[in-house]
Design a protein around this ligand. Structure first.
Ligand code: ADP
Ligand code: MG
Length: 310
């Protein structure tokens, strides 16, 4: 093998900062390919771009089934299963309510209870009809909308890492605005493990609460501090309780999941985000293959037994 060269590239995309760091014989070429993939994936999964592949499903709601790319089908199928699970706070059919709030955008506003109540019947994930053989998706009622904002970055991060493996990269770090996946050995450390700082929800972006060791794993954090809308003294963040249509209310400020795949990290951060910190910890301990940590609004730091903190 020729010499491994390290290179890093940064993009502003998908409403966030994306950083890809690779070790490869031809890192510029690999990074250029990954950049092309980022555009393909943004176009596939975006709920904000009127021309995206996902949007075609939403625009045909109540009218017809749409044939979709197998990857889009796969993520919707996975998302539907976890949206229909008992006590899940994840609901990929939450689109109409998310669009109403528009948190993270300039025209965000606090909707009335009546407006939300009217939209809730359009957010039933059971009404997402999937045809495995035809690879079609049909939203049965007009006005329904799938939003993959909670899952897409994890799914994409996993795909980018697979691409790095297939291109024989020596190592890679994918950071999609806080969704981090690492592959291979860190060039910085003699033990080869990557070390990622967990942000203190109340501190500055650089201030970390703990450092986590990663090896071919993903670290995903969902927090109430990333995107929010301030209205007088009230703060509304961007994770919506599917039952009420209003931001979840609990004692959790941020929830971090350590897992092999990043889409699992995404699924579980959102599935559990509305639960209390103790319920979250209990659910994480019961779920095989994932570990996690919670920072409460009172600044308590709780984590599962297998969470490798240093
Ligand atoms: P980010 O990494 O952008 O902070 P998260 O992974 O925490 O995003 O997911 C938040 C996004 O998911 C929201 O911006 C919205 O598009 C969507 N969303 C909000 N509430 C829910 C929910 N209960 N279920 C599924 N998706 C949601
Ligand atoms: Mg998420």
């Amino acid at each position: 093998m020729n010499q491994v060269i390290e290179e890093t590239k940064i993009w502003q995309m998908m409403g966030t900062t994306i950083t890809l760091q690779v070790g490869h014989e031809e890192p510029s070429r690999l990074l250029a390919e990954l950049g092309e993939w980022l555009h393909v994936y943004e176009h596939r999964f975006s709920a904000h771009d009127a021309t995206s592949e996902l949007m075609a499903i939403n625009q045909a709601a109540g009218r017809q089934a749409v044939i979709v790319h197998p990857e889009l089908f796969e993520l919707i199928k996975l998302g539907k299963a976890h949206s229909c699970a008992r006590n899940s706070y994840l609901n990929i059919a939450i689109g109409p309510v998310v669009q109403k709030w528009h948190i993270g955008f300039e025209d965000a506003l606090v909707p009335t209870k009546a407006e939300i109540t009217e939209l809730l019947p359009l957010t039933d994930p059971h009404q997402i009809q999937l045809d495995e053989k035809m690879k079609t998706v049909f939203l049965t009622k007009p006005g329904m909308m799938i939003d993959l904002g909670a899952l897409a970055k994890g799914y994409i991060a996993d795909k980018l890492i697979t691409h790095c493996r297939e291109r024989n990269a020596a190592f890679a770090l994918v950071n999609l605005g806080g969704n981090i996946v690492v592959f291979g050995e860190s060039p910085r450390r003699s033990d080869g493990a990557w070390r990622i700082g967990l942000r203190n929800p109340k501190g500055s972006r650089e201030e970390s609460l703990a450092v986590v060791k990663l090896s071919n794993q993903s670290l995903v954090t969902s927090g109430i501090y990333e995107r929010y809308l301030q209205n007088g003294s009230s703060v509304y963040h961007h994770i919506i309780d599917p039952k009420t249509g209003f931001p979840v209310k609990n004692d959790v400020a941020s929830l971090t999941i350590l897992s092999d795949s990043s889409v699992d990290g995404e699924i579980w951060t959102t599935r559990l985000f509305g639960a209390s910190s103790l319920e979250v910890l209990k659910a994480l301990e019961e779920q095989p293959g994932i570990e996690g940590a919670v920072v409460t609004k009172e600044n308590q730091f709780l984590y599962t037994k297998g969470f490798e903190k240093i």
